[in-house]
Design a protein around this ligand. Sequence first.
Ligand code: SF4
Length: 328
Amino acid sequence: MTTPYYSGIITNYVCTAECRHCMFGSSPSCPKEYITTEESENIASILEEAGTPSVHIGGGEPFMNFPALLSLIDALNRHGIGVDYIETNAFWAKDEDIVKNRLWELTKRGVTTVMVSSDPFHIEYVPLSRVLTLIKLLSEEGFDYFIWQERYLRKLIHLDHNRTYSKEELEKILGKNYITYTAREYGLGMNGRALAISYDIYPLKSVDELLKSPPCHNILSAQHCHFDLYGNAVPSGCPGLCANSRDYLCGDISTDKYPVMSRLVCGRIKSLFEYAHNLGFVPDPQGYPTKCSFCYAMRSFLSKNNPSDDLSPKCFYENIDKNLTERI
Ligand code: SF4
């Protein structure tokens, strides 16, 4: 079994925000499903067996169901797995007493670090006042924290802290190209909801050119992968592609069970194209900006016309399809 390092646990795909760069295509329209006590125990025991020293916790927004978050941390503690940090967009930091109480519950469970998101994408959904309140209380309560990313908080701090800002307003404040500029500066993995941004950054490549792309080496590397609430492992940088956590860590990716992942692992994107094309997929004659956007187009087609266990969750494909359609 491979030992995952720097990996994360997705407690839920649902979120209070719908950020333009979100790797997992999270939004309020995702099912209100959260990691169960049983799945928390299952993933913690698999990670212990794999020798994982620690993980980070994220979503979606993990603080949308605080009891579920606590029961996950309890399971990780039972199996001796540390929590590197918990990611949050701070939407919940309204009432200081509630925040302090939650931080106390985390402290009791040995959690010491929180990552607070702040950037031109999150400010469309979360007022800065929540971010600033959480940072203040994290500091007062002795937590370590880091802002992802601090430079954007400095850029946005002069704005009204008590409201969100629309894309149109941010274009006036940060410049017409703030989305593509921020995406480049951020060093975004151009996947998930950022696939839509990649069309505004990269010229289209022909399918013939994309079919010559090098293999995707990172798929079975458990480094930086994620484990979701459905018991699946999601390779780093390949949202929407998954395999059962134990199968994934054991490298047991059979073609029958995982027709998409197995072809991407053993073959190249060409192998996936042959499979999808035989099932009726017709590529966009104009091409795609990146290998991953071509890959996504085929996976989206397959998730609707020939679903398999390695294409999940459904809400990911629904949300990304919606974003790609809206950009046209
Ligand atoms: S082409 Fe597909 S499998 Fe390869 S890195 Fe991109 S999303 Fe992952």
